[in-house]
Each structure stands twice: as structure tokens, then as C-alpha cells.
Design a protein around this ligand. Sequence first.
Ligand code: CDP
Length: 200
Amino acid sequence: MLIAIDGPAGAGKSTVARAVADALGFTYLDSGAMYRCVALAELRGAADPLACEIELGAGEVTLDGEDVSDAIRTPEVTARASEVAARPEVRAHLVALQRSMLRDGDYVAEGRDIGTVVAPDAELKVFLTASPQERAQRRAAQTGADAAEVLAEQFARDERDTTREHSPLQPAPDALQVDTTGLSVDEVVSRIARLVQAVR
Ligand code: CDP
């Protein structure tokens, strides 16, 4: 079984997808971490960033065998990730990798295009949203950054992600939209757990 959770930055995808995967005993797939790895490889000057080996472990992300779980979360990598994600050759490469990972077993996969491109046949598609202000506040609380700066950076990234030519961020026609504004993580997780029960 596959549950796709897509949505913009700061909507709570990672926290919620991880918690839903734990609750169901499914494997969690963070597709954004893969775009971040390509961005990091490029920033480090790799000759061919797409030739680097990306592995998503239980709690860690490795790039050519090195644990880069923290290195891929810097603001510089975040900004570059949404740039590399607009390139069709990067998307084709990572989508193929994601599809092969999702072939066996039960998954909760999160990103921008899981329900639209990677796995349009997912049994459940959720599109998580929240107001831009709340999304920025959550990210600022997480990282200690200034909320106004996060809001500006988030706006630029949302703009790039939703207007790019290839796989723009948009809900799949059959995705169920969950607005998490004002909801706790537990409330969102139990809402999604109920949606899973309904399709199981
Ligand atoms: O955690 P956050 O939502 O801020 O970012 P992320 O999920 O780690 O994704 C980083 C960037 O990768 C996004 O801004 C997108 O441009 C890109 N991305 C994508 O294009 N497609 C995906 N399936 C996942 C991420």
C-alpha cells in the first residue's frame, strides 16, 4: 500500500508522514531529501551530481556513503534544491529511483509530485496545506530563524515550485486536501489515519 503526502514547504509533511508511517508500520520515503542531496553534491562541485549514490536509511540520509542528514538542511542547500528540482533531467533520474524504491512494501511517501507523477496509482493521496504565515512560523520555531525572513524565502520557493514547467507543485485531482492551520500534529495524524482506514 502507498500513501502519498504532498504539499508546500512547512505544511508539516515530514513530521506527519513520519508519524503516519510509524503508526502503520510502513516505510517512510522523504523525496525532498533526494533533491537536497543532488543540490549538496552540486554545491560541493561534484563532476556529475546525478552519479552520486543517495541512500535513505531509517533515520539518516547518505550521499556516496557519507551521512549528510544535517548538511542537506542548510538554507543554502534548501534554496539550491528547489532550483535543481526544476530541471527535467534531475526529476527524471530521481522519479525513477523513487519508483524503484516504492515497488516493494508499504510506504508513506512525501514530496511535491508523489500523487501526480511518482505514484498516480497511490491508494491514498493527501495534499497538506496551511496558511503561509503559520508555515513560516513553524519553520522559524524549528530552526530558530527569523519568521519574516523564513516567510520571504518560503514565498520565493513556493513560487518556483508551483510555476515551474516540469511537475509543478499542485494537488492531484483525486487528492484529499487537509488544511493543518491551527491543528496539532496529533490531530493531523489521526485525521490521516482515519482516511487510511477508509481506503484499506
Ligand atoms: O521540507 P521542505 O518541504 O521545506 O522541503 P523538501 O521537501 O525537503 O524539498 C526541498 C525542495 O525539493 C522543494 O522546495 C522542491 O523544490 C523540491 N522537491 C520536489 O521538487 N519534488 C519532490 N517530490 C520533493 C521535493
